[in-house]
Design a protein around this ligand. Structure first.
Ligand code: FEO
Length: 387
């Protein structure tokens, strides 16, 4: 994980965690990254989660070989990175803390002190000279908290990207799916709402020569991996379509809605759709379904009428999409309603405030189980989805 001769990794892996940020399943653990930049002056880039303070300080001690850091750069105040700031100041009382003005306000809330005598306040374009390494700070508000700064090192051409470009999974877990799979679930789960803010940062990053991206979570991305990550972030943050295909999500009480949804998937494939990503919303990881909804340009939602409206799992799922600014998509609906189907009306209303959404005119309504008309309704819907 060493980035260069003078930038060493001092972060930690967490294999005890089950839910990251209290809601994201992380079966392969989580990494809290931190880096030491060794020059005439020494800077530590961010702290780690509160459970790993001792290990982090020990990593710093080993990397610094008897020297003391001059600066702790705090790019982000969420507790998985900021928890050990006070401990750092107790271990290295002469070090300064480099951060945004808003981050110091947050430190006061968190630690009861804003470390006034140690503050170095930085903003967009501020520089910190370490020797050969000059750090330039980039304001990255709402990626995904308001105080966030990123940092560019012009010597090794590294973008320290705070949470940006992070992924789920510990660094000692060799993810066979590569960076993108869990980075996509991470992006849409945590950052997805803030596409416009990410776009603003990408525009600034386009003016930099970036050889390496060093995020606060997941692997360091070098050369081609960094380029590919920048390409995907541009698609994701502009709510563009990454892959050609259909995301088909259903809930089913007795299996009838599931059967109709799966029949639609068969018809779509038979008509040449390159990929139909089908999931049972009640059983699949919610954020796998969120990432697939954003990955493809077409979304089919199939659900049951419940309490005169939309089945709860589906209702909650649609909120996950709309609160993340879901947009630029074609959506088709299938509903089941034993005596008074109401789910399509409810789902349609839930997307009313969403931008650039096309709802398919063909709809499929099932009353308990398939009727003689269901197959032809599914055929027409499939044609409209693929048009
Ligand atoms: Fe990794 Fe927003 O904290």
């Amino acid at each position: 994980m060493q980035i260069s001769d003078s930038i060493k990794y001092v972060g930690v892996d967490d294999h005890k965690i089950d839910l990251f940020e209290g809601q994201f399943h992380v079966p392969n653990g989580m990494a809290y990254n931190s880096y030491a930049i060794l020059d005439e002056k020494i800077a530590i880039m961010d702290s780690v989660d509160g459970s790993f303070g001792e290990q982090w300080l020990s990593n710093i001690k080993s990397a610094l070989d008897g020297k003391s850091p001059d600066y702790l750069v705090v790019q982000h105040m969420e507790m998985d990175h900021s928890a050990n700031i006070r401990r750092f100041t107790e271990t290295y009382p002469d070090a300064k803390i480099v951060s945004s003005k808003m981050a110091f306000v947050m430190m006061k809330s968190y630690f009861g002190s804003d470390f006034a005598e140690k503050q170095v306040i930085v903003a967009e374009g501020s520089k910190l000279e370490l020797g050969k390494h000059t750090l330039t700070f980039i304001a990255a508000p709402n990626v995904h908290w308001p105080e966030v700064i990123m940092t560019y090192d012009s010597f090794d051409k590294v973008l320290f990207s705070a949470d940006g470009f992070g992924k789920f999974g510990a660094n000692d877990y060799d993810d066979p799916e590569g960076w993108a799979c869990e980075a996509r679930r991470y992006y849409f789960g945590i950052v997805g709402k803030f596409g416009a803010n990410v776009q603003a940062v990408l525009k600034k990053a386009a003016n930099l020569e970036i050889k390496t991206i060093a995020s606060l979570h997941g692997p360091v991305l070098a050369e081609d991996d960094a380029k590919e990550a920048l390409r995907l972030y541009d698609i994701w943050s502009s709510y563009g379509v990454e892959s050609d295909g259909v995301c088909l999500l259903y809930t089913s009480v007795y299996g009838n809605t599931k059967r109709v949804a799966e029949r639609l998937a068969e018809i779509l494939k038979a008509k040449g759709c390159p990929k139909v990503a089908v999931s049972d919303l009640a059983r699949e990881d919610t954020y796998e379904c969120v990432e697939d909804s954003f990955r493809y340009g077409k979304l089919v939602l199939a659900t049951t009428t419940y309490n005169g409206g939309v089945f709860p799992t589906m209702r909650e799922f649609i909120e996950h999409l709309t609160e993340r600014n879901y947009q630029n998509r074609k959506i088709a609906f299938i509903e089941n309603g034993s005596w008074a189907p109401m789910a399509i009306k409810g789902m349609t209303a839930m997307f009313e405030q969403s931008k650039n959404i096309t709802i398919c005119e063909n709809k499929v309504t099932v009353k308990i189980a398939e009727s003689a008309d269901t197959e032809s309704q599914l055929e027409k819907l499939a044609e409209e989805i693929l048009k």
